[in-house]
Design a protein around this ligand. Structure first.
Ligand code: ADP
Ligand code: MN
Length: 178
């Protein structure tokens, strides 16, 4: 059953992908170049403590999804947001006009996570997530195929071309809604 996507004058974009694929760096650049507002969901979850518990075995906090959606609803309704989060299937479909799934080669991703000081277990979990294309699959299951775009994010050149692509997409969106 198709859902109604609000016809926003300024769109919302989701940048998702396995941790370390470059979501935050890319989103910040996109925000600089386009004037969209970067919404770093991980930082909001941390700052506002939107957790419902802690799983000791996995060394992770359990996200309180309902609280998070409530927290972001007004912001997303405004439009013009670039949302950065490693999970994409928890958000209402109607929030987004474009969903970007960043991808990275396993060796590249491994180096980035090691530099970040992730423990072995977390690195292995995330490597598996990337190899199994979990985020990409979830994006395809959660959003219309024509708004989901998979982009490689291994090099600075990749990042520059990804930012340029979003800029062009945004110009076309604005022209359509002028
Ligand atoms: P995420 O937010 O997806 O976890 P980050 O944006 O924090 O990823 O990037 C993780 C690390 O990888 C950072 O040190 C960043 O500078 C680097 N990085 C991210 N994307 C690229 C890229 N396309 N080319 C080179 N380095 C990158
Ligand atoms: Mn990040």
């Amino acid at each position: 059953q198709p859902i109604e996507i609000p016809d926003r004058p300024i769109p919302n974009i989701l940048v998702t992908g396995t941790p370390g694929t470059g979501k935050t760096t890319t989103s910040e650049l996109i925000a600089q170049v386009t004037g969209l507002q970067h919404v770093n969901v991980g930082a909001i979850v941390k700052a506002k403590q939107l957790h419902e518990g802690y799983l000791e075995e996995f060394d992770t906090h359990v996200l309180d999804e309902d609280k998070l959606i409530d927290e972001l609803e007004d912001t997303m309704t405004e439009g013009g947001k670039i949302v950065d989060f490693h999970t994409c299937e928890i958000f209402p479909e109607r929030w987004f006009d474009l969903v970007i799934v960043l991808r990275a080669d396993t060796a590249t991703l491994y180096d980035r996570m090691e530099k970040r000081g992730y423990n072995k277990r977390k690195i292995e979990e995330n490597m598996e997530c990337e190899i199994m294309q979990i985020v990409l699959e979830n994006a395809h299951e959660s959003y219309e195929p024509e708004i989901v775009v998979e982009l490689q994010s291994n090099t600075v050149d990749d990042m520059e071309s990804n930012v340029e692509r979003v800029k062009q997409w945004l110009d076309a969106y604005r022209a359509r809604h002028a």
